[in-house]
Ligand binder design. Structure first.
Ligand code: PAF
Length: 302
């Protein structure tokens, strides 16, 4: 007879002091801690980060916090899906030990405002992180204050959960560069691991925002990965002109009626400088709206 064993739910903590205490106890016991910061509405992409952490660390902590300071007032903060019960089930199935899911009052005791509206560069009214210049371009231009909000909340999470390794997805490519520079520049003793983008079988990059798409918009959204694939094929065949590679990707978006297009940009993988010709390695990044949903995707050309 098959015996079904229910996956253990992770321990859920909502207070900073409790999370700190739990982590310091595990560290004192000699455990290596892996951290997976998320905004919840989890999908298989997040699952792959947690699974990687599970395979490399003794204890795995995930955080679930929809961070107001990285959203501009006109963005989807209110609408962002909150699915904590399902998130806990998914994380429990992977063997995550603890989930830290504070509310905004707990995270920002001094108050928080939305990105671009606060006293400083971010939406945080109190002290905040000013990210490196790699934050200034692309997403930084389209979403002023966004990366200050991301860097600030991630640094706070790193202080609350002083992990050995933190896992992020390559889909948010610019975010990974911003955070890598932050830990380097501010001497944060946490290693950042960037894990591959997880895609649906038809190529769509997994994203919590995909659930906003109607079936017809989801079809159109495939043009992002199709555009990246077209540019990748041309790159593999020897094309190195940034303008040509960008145009190949842009054409797929236009044919599908996706837009407005925020950017289709060939960039240096480390600095995000925009060369006229790609070297041996370049990253192609896209941000475009499909219906009311803003999607991003990227591919390393090498
Ligand atoms: O990538 C995300 O989900 C968020 O930007 C992060 C890193 C959890 C910070 O809020």
């Amino acid at each position: 007879m098959a015996v079904e064993t229910a996956a253990r739910q992770p321990l859920l903590l909502t207070r900073i002091a409790d999370a700190r205490e739990w982590v310091s106890r595990e560290r004192r016991a000699g455990c290596r801690i892996g951290l997976v910061p998320t905004m919840g509405a989890l999908h298989a992409g997040h699952g792959s980060l947690a699974a990687r952490a599970r395979s490399e660390c003794d204890r795995v902590v995930a955080t679930v916090f929809v961070n107001p300071t990285q959203f501009a007032p006109h963005e989807d903060f209110q609408r962002y899906p909150r699915t904590l019960a399902a998130d806990l089930t998914l994380l429990g199935g992977i063997g995550v030990d603890m989930v830290f899911a504070p509310d905004a009052g707990e995270m920002y005791r001094g108050g928080a405002t939305h990105a671009g509206t606060g006293a400083g560069a971010s939406g945080v009214a109190a002290t905040s992180v000013i990210p490196s210049t790699v934050a200034a371009t692309l997403e930084g231009e389209c979403r002023p204050g966004h990366f200050a909000g991301v860097a600030t909340v991630v640094l706070k999470l790193f202080h609350i959960v002083p992990a050995d390794v933190a896992y992020f997805g390559a889909k948010d490519y610019q975010q990974t560069l911003v955070l890598r520079r932050m830990v380097e520049d501010l001497d944060v003793p946490i290693r950042i691991e960037v894990c591959p983008t997880i895609r649906e079988s038809d190529g769509l990059a997994m994203s919590s925002r995909n659930r906003y798409l109607s079936p017809e918009e989801r079809e159109r959204a495939l043009s992002l990965s199709r555009g990246l694939a077209a540019a990748e094929r041309a790159f593999a065949a020897g094309e190195r002109s940034a303008a040509v590679l960008e145009q190949l990707a842009r054409r797929e978006l236009e044919l599908a009626g996706a837009g407005p297009i925020d950017y289709v940009a060939l960039a240096d993988p480390e600095t995000l400088d925009r060369p006229q010709r790609a070297g041996d390695r370049a990253v192609l990044l896209i941000a475009a709206r499909v219906g009311g949903t803003r999607l991003i995707d990227n591919r390393m050309l090498q």
